[in-house]
Write a protein that binds this ligand. Structure first.
Ligand code: KPL
Length: 303
């Protein structure tokens, strides 16, 4: 399967690197020229559990040079999805699949505005990675990946994607209700991302203080109530799931934390901000999610 990652940051690099090691043809497409140049000249530097590997991988900032793709995976920030989809249409052939593994709400809608929804597949991943230099990633968090069709059918193509990921060491399951998984992952990001950005903590440190645990629980409880009222089925206690993810990604700095570290725009609108928007028509008060959204947006203004 010729697989093209749209996004050459930490997560694009992580999945791209693991799939390349498993023998797949992978392309990384990114718009940071310095990053792409570093990967082209020296390979992707991949660090995991104290070991460092150099992975030679195709990388380009010119998507038109890639040709057609069997699978396109979006790993860009949520606020860039629309632009990324416009770029990715040149990769499309009749049976190209477009998979999003991004955080937050709104990616499905943004992709389906330009791509026939029959070609779109949703997914979430519990992995965490940090970009620690140009073309240099540190894999610092493990968790399951789920993929599924928008209409919740079990198809050969999602099974093929799941098998390809599993063969690359990315533990993956096909989900028969991927929208529930998207909300399950949203609750994880709701509990971790803004708090780690605001405190400067690595994920694991959130569990070290009663105050940060209390804040995490308030954020997740509010968002779970919104999910419940929207008819989302959450397969395990959401607070337990967030705790488990924090433990499994203890050494990782969350993606929003990394955005703060680099004084970059964050995905707050697609995470805690999305909870605030979804809660409003339901009349559910979400003061903690509103507060962290406002705080993150206020700090972002100084970047
Ligand atoms: O999705 C993540 C993120 O940082 O955005 C987690 C799973 C919380 C890993 O850090």
């Amino acid at each position: 399967m010729k697989t093209v990652m749209i996004g050459s940051g930490a997560m694009g690099g992580l999945f791209g690197g693991l799939l390349t090691l498993a023998g797949q043809e992978v392309w990384l497409v990114g718009n940071r020229k310095d990053q792409i140049d570093a990967i082209r000249s020296a390979g992707l530097t991949f660090e995991e559990k104290g070991e460092r590997r150099i992975i030679p991988i195709n990388a380009t900032s010119d998507v038109t040079s890639v040709g057609k793709a069997d699978l396109v995976i979006f790993f860009v920030k949520t606020y860039d999805t629309e632009m990324a989809v416009s770029d990715a249409v040149v990769l499309e052939k009749e049976d190209t699949m477009f998979l999003t593994l991004q955080n937050g709400l709104g990616n499905e809608e943004a992709i389906c505005r330009k791509i026939d929804r029959k070609k779109v597949i949703l997914g979430v991943t519990g992995h965490g990675a940090t970009l620690i230099g140009l073309g240099h990633i540190h894999h610092a968090g493990w968790g399951k990946t789920f993929v599924g069709e928008l209409d919740h059918r079990l198809t050969d193509r999602v099974v093929r994607i799941s098998q390809m990921f599993c063969n690359a060491g990315i533990e993956t399951e096909v989900s028969s209700n991927i929208h529930d998984q998207v909300w399950g992952k949203l609750l994880v990001n709701v509990g971790i991302n803004a708090l780690t950005a605001l405190t400067g903590f690595k994920n694991g440190q959130l569990l070290d203080y009663p105050e940060s645990v209390r804040l995490m629980e308030k954020l997740v409880t509010e968002a779970s109530e919104v999910a419940r009222r929207k008819g989302i089925h959450l397969e395990e206690d959401p607070i337990e799931k967030v705790r488990r993810t924090i433990e499994a990604t203890r050494e990782n700095r969350s993606s929003m934390g990394q955005d703060f570290d680099h004084r970059r725009k964050t995905e707050i609108e697609a995470i805690n901000g999305a909870v605030v928007r979804e809660a409003q028509p339901l009349g559910i008060p979400v003061p903690f999610n509103q507060a962290v959204t406002d705080l993150v947006k206020t700090i972002e203004k100084s970047f």
